[in-house]
Design a protein around this ligand. Sequence first.
Ligand code: FES
Ligand SMILES: [Fe+2]
Length: 377
Amino acid sequence: MFKNFWYAIAFSDEITAAPSKHRLLAQDLVLWRTSKGEVRALSNTCIHRGGSLSQGTVNEDDDLVCPYHGWGFGGDGACTVIPANGRGKPISKRARVDAYPVEERHGWIWVFPGDIPEADRVPIPDLSFMDDPEYRSIRGEWTWDANYERVVENGTDQSHTPFVHGGVFGDPKAPPVEEFEIELGEWWARLTVEQRSPNKPAGKISQIFPKSRAYKEEDPPPVLVKTAFFFPSIVMIDLTIPKLGRQVIWDTNIPIDENTTLTKWVGMRNFYKTPWADRIAKKMILKVFAQDDVVVNEIRPELIPEELNGELHLRSDQMSLEFRRIKQKAVDLGYSVLGTSEGTKSSRTIIASPYRREEGLENAFILPATPEGTTTL
Ligand code: FES
Ligand SMILES: [Fe+2]
């Protein structure tokens, strides 16, 4: 897993004035929305006696109040109130928790678990397509017992579809991957390919997905498929279905820890836009997740091998190769964090926040940050 990247960890409307707990990179964070509508993110562990800040309340200054002894923490993580000291007493600068940058974009809340300066951060990808009001959107979640890298690779893997999703999306009788095109960015890759659809109608799903009732002919025209990843955790699957329309699925694959991934997805379509079709579209998407889940949760090793030659790659695996090449850049930058939640209820990871680099705060943090590449248990 990697620190120093932006992660979309919640849908916008999930973050309200009530504090909520979110696990990311094996660390618990607390998020809340101020009266001005801004979202704040702190490390969830109070540095006084380890209280869980997400059980707290928000005071009239929009600060988060720990449920245990009532210390208040501002958006910068600095303690503003220590009730046991009485009013007007100076507060040690060591009374602070890590605070992380937050952005709200494309219907998601993005958090930056890391300490590198703004100028060095890989920007949030431009997903403005997600804001297009011409599309009808549905959304949901899926939790995997798998490392997020295996989940991201699966999302852009073309050659598994006839086998894992045969009959729904991908034709088991036509497994060869057609000629494809790959576009590469510094931190993303996108594949474009035509894919045969199965000929047999897939029940009710056929009303809305590739093998549509619109097709009477034996050989339906191929679906134009684009899949992309934006490192580390966003996946896009974009299907243009002849005579029907376009369906685009966006996943944020949140690394909860090394062994658990929480996917929050948005499905957009520009056909059958009435609400009655939502249920069918959702069922379809969840069926695809369920099919992948069976295979992905059993992949070994759980983490993708460190060496490129640790698995055998074919022409049709180029997206995985690009993911692994880009991942190596993050390793080389020293952004790796390892962490598992197994065997403990508590979080042991603390990602250093930008405040740790501020002058005068170098020694202000009680809880040491988890060093690069070390396991947290
Ligand atoms: S544990 Fe948070 S105020 Fe004491
Ligand atoms: Fe799949």
